[in-house]
Design a protein around this ligand. Structure first.
Ligand code: C2E
Ligand code: MG
Ligand code: MG
Length: 757
């Protein structure tokens, strides 16, 4: 509606100011070309053209020439002879008399011009220039005054003028013998093709040459068209043309009765405004745009029809401007509304976003904010198509709405949601969080699948950001939910400083590796080691790899540390190999590095560059690494394995994969996760699981490593179950490179622990 009001007001302003008249004229010219018609042929122009002037070789012409012309035209049977030539001053008496006589002889009606002009330059008084009295006697008098429009063009002609109290019909209306209100004007019909008005050269008439046109009964208009005689005016369609041609066009308009009423622009603007209102009630969105365009075209066709039927004309530009401006404004308003929507709403879920939460929090009481992070949301979304994804969002919204207890749920980032705790829960926020965690126990329906969403919650009474920090803290600590407090701030501080300090730590020896022996259970001898990274932070002390490895992975900084571990392992192993040949060292490779072909290439090159056979190195990858993007992972593993480097599937049993899935992976061994091994001596189910896993892995041609052996019975049991390799605190805790060398390579220690952890 606002677009309508602005467009309507602007259209009226445009109509009033006359702005856009250029376009209006172009449109009018276009329509006239479409509706173009020939002259009636009733009116003939007798031109004082360049040829006539040349033949007479003087100007002004003696009036005897006009007398001759009148005689000849009369003889040819012309009905009217009109002069657009000034006879207001005396010439020689003989010439004047000759012309006057010719006028009195003529049977045809002769019309002589009169015109008003300023008495002197700048004077307000006007004088009438009538033909001299002896000529007036035998002729009718018609006014030839032109009345240019505001822009200097002569597009209207008057029916007549009043000069010195005397009404005088205009020359065109007298020629057309049509009546009209004196001092009223009519529009010259410029769709009449001016080139079809029959023309005779005055020279041909004087020279008695045969005339191309039969003049009997015709109205002859005599005037100057030669450029040197001046008397030229601009008109809209034809540009600057001789005044006499304008008189002829005006007379033709009246003869053909095609003068139309000019309604101006206001009725069209009103009509367009009303049509628009009706369309706005009927159509919406894109259909409205189409309808408005059709209405504009309809208005144009109406105008064309009115003009073709010689009923009326109107200025269409302000009306079209109204429609066009309405569409533009509407688009603008919609775009800015969309912008506002995109500023305040999440495009995927349609829920209000973080900007919206900020405004909400600014206005709300100081109730705590709960931030929910869904740790595996990316995976859940990646596994679903568009339809099941929107179903997942719906189901999620439903549960969150329950938690927000009718308040708003905000969707901040892809995997992050938030709400403000309602007053009802204010005194038991922790209970509220327990409910929230419980709600996420049940899986969510996403298409045909059920997905388990792994949610953590952060709560803060002070700000959105600290609630996020608390959620991250909960995630890092493996908690379901966490309040924001000093401890969480410290944890965040630690994580940030770890990221910043990594490069320096690699350089200055804060980062190092330890080796944990891998024991060949069947042959009862050392098989090799697993290299594990350690970080002795200057400020924070020893930092667990379980904290900083995921952190570096998340920040995309895991490749440098992995290359560091690989290089040191290769160096250590080269030293050991001279003493005890054939040991195999494992290093851990993060999932995302399998997608990084530059890393894979560099790692292979490092192994190739060492003098050891490639088969003495094992890359451990977790099975979840291969699940996220199996095709890329399989390709990378194949590339690695082709070089002879062994592949081990770490933490086997913690993921979703089955042994038949493993069959498709290019692997040499599986490492059964510690959670099964540590409990298998007491837990019968786990024991059976380990046993069958060993059997099936062997059937698939895979070696089996058991990690997390913490006691002798477990070790004995594994040996009995034909497990190939064992690793665990019972054999030894990880030791520094030097300790490992001394205790395991040189001495060939059988079991017992070295204490470096
Ligand atoms: P992982 O690869 O499964 O490594 C085995 C982890 O189990 C090591 O912990 C090891 O010290 C521990 N462990 C060994 N025997 C026993 C046992 O008998 N009982 C118990 N309770 N634990 C035992 P660590 O060194 O803290 O490493 C933890 C995880 O950090 C590793 O799990 C691995 O996923 C990652 N990690 C360690 N070093 C690196 C590395 O250089 N690169 C990458 N990408 N990840 C690494
Ligand atoms: Mg490992
Ligand atoms: Mg493991």
């Amino acid at each position: 509606m606002l677009a309508w009001v602005i467009a309507a007001l602007s259209a009226f302003a445009l109509a009033w100011s006359g702005f856009g008249s250029q376009i209006e004229q172009q449109l009018q010219n276009g329509r006239e070309i479409l509706l173009q018609k020939p002259a009636s042929g009733e009116l003939v122009l007798l031109e004082i053209d360049a040829k006539s002037l040349r033949e007479q070789n003087k100007w002004p012409w003696p009036r005897s020439l006009y007398a001759e012309a009148v005689d000849r035209l009369d003889a040819e049977g012309a009905a009217q002879i009109a002069f657009d030539i000034d006879f207001s001053s005396q010439s020689s008496a003989a010439q004047d008399a000759a012309f006057a006589e010719a006028l009195s002889r003529a049977n045809a009606t002769v019309i002589l011009p009169t015109f008003l002009q300023d008495a002197s330059l700048g004077s307000a008084a006007q004088t009438e220039s009538l033909p001299i009295p002896e000529l007036r006697k035998n002729a009718l008098i018609a006014s030839v005054n032109v009345h240019p429009d505001g822009d200097g063009q002569v597009n209207n002609y008057s029916f007549g003028t009043k000069t010195a109290g005397m009404p005088r019909p205009s020359l065109p209306s007298m020629l057309a013998e049509s009546s009209g209100h004196i001092e009223h004007s009519f529009l010259i019909d410029q769709s009449i093709d001016q080139s079809t008005i029959p023309r005779i050269s005055f020279g041909d008439l004087l020279a008695n040459r045969p005339l191309p046109i039969d003049l009997s009964g015709k109205r002859v208009l005599i005037g100057a068209t030669a450029i040197e005689l001046g008397d030229r005016y601009p008109v809209r369609r034809y540009g600057v043309i001789p005044g006499v041609v304008i008189q002829a066009l005006a007379a033709e308009t009246l003869i053909q009765n095609t003068a139309v009423i000019n309604l101006g622009s206001i009725p069209a603007v009103l009509l367009a405004g009303l049509i628009l209102l009706a369309l706005m009630r009927t159509f919406k969105a894109k259909k409205l745009t189409g309808a408005v365009i059709v209405a504009g075209a309809g208005l144009f066709i109406l105008l064309l029809a009115l003009e073709a039927l010689h009923l009326a004309t109107f200025s269409i530009v302000p009306a079209l401007f109204l429609l066009g401006l309405f569409l533009t404004l509407r688009k603008f308003f919609h775009t800015s509304m969309d912008l506002k929507t995109s500023r305040y709403f999440n495009a995927v879920s349609g829920l209000p976003n973080e900007a919206s939460l900020k405004e909400f929090v600014a206005d709300a009481e100081d109730n705590p904010i709960v931030v929910l992070r869904i740790m595996n949301f990316g995976d859940a979304l990646a596994m679903s198509d568009t339809q099941s994804r929107s179903q997942l969002y719906q189901n999620l919204s439903l549960r969150l709405n329950f938690l927000a207890a009718g308040g708003k749920v905000f969707h901040m980032q892809a995997d992050t949601f938030a709400w403000v705790v309602k007053d009802d829960y204010m005194y038991d926020v922790e209970g509220h969080c327990q409910t929230a965690a419980a709600l996420f126990q049940a899986p969510f329906l996403s298409g045909a699948k059920n997905v388990k969403l792994n949610a953590v919650f952060g709560i803060s009474g002070s700000s959105i950001d600290t609630a996020k920090v608390a959620a991250d803290h909960a995630a890092a600590k493996g908690l379901k939910w966490s309040w924001h407090n000093e401890e969480t701030d410290q944890a965040i501080g630690l994580r940030q400083s770890l990221l910043v300090d990594l490069d320096a730590a690699l350089q200055n020896g804060d980062i190092s590796l330890v080796h944990q022996p891998k024991w060949d259970l069947q042959k009862d001898r050392l098989a090799g080691s697993e290299a594990l990274v350690r970080w002795e932070h200057k400020e924070h002390g020893r930092v667990s790899p379980e904290l900083f490895i995921p952190l570096l992975e998340g920040a995309g900084k895991i490749d440098d540390i992995t290359k560091f571990v690989l290089q040191h392992t290769l160096d250590d192993l080269a030293g050991w190999d001279r003493v005890k040949p054939g040991l195999n060292c494992s290093i851990n490779i993060s999932a995302q590095l399998l997608n990084d072909s530059k890393f894979v290439q560099a790692a292979i090159a490092m192994v190739e560059a060492s003098e050891l056979p490639n088969t003495q190195i094992t890359f451990e990858v977790t099975e979840t690494a291969t699940l996220a993007d199996p095709d890329t992972a399989v390709l990378a593993l194949e590339r690695i394995r082709e070089t002879g480097i062994k592949i081990s599937i770490d933490d086997y049993g913690t993921g979703q994969s089955t042994l038949s899935y493993l069959q498709r992976l290019p692997a040499d061994e599986i490492k059964i996760d510690q959670s099964f091994i540590r409990t298998m001596a007491d837990d019968n189910a786990n024991r059976i699981l380990v046993q069958s896993t060993i059997q099936m892995a062997h059937a698939l041609g895979l070696k089996v490593v058991a990690e997390g052996i913490e006691d002798q019975p477990t070790m004995a049991l594994l040996k009995e179950l034909q497990c190939d390799i064992g690793q665990g605190w019972h054999i030894a805790k990880p030791a520094t490179s030097a300790d490992f060398y001394a205790a395991w390579v040189v001495q060939g220690q059988a079991s017992g622990a070295s204490s470096a952890q």
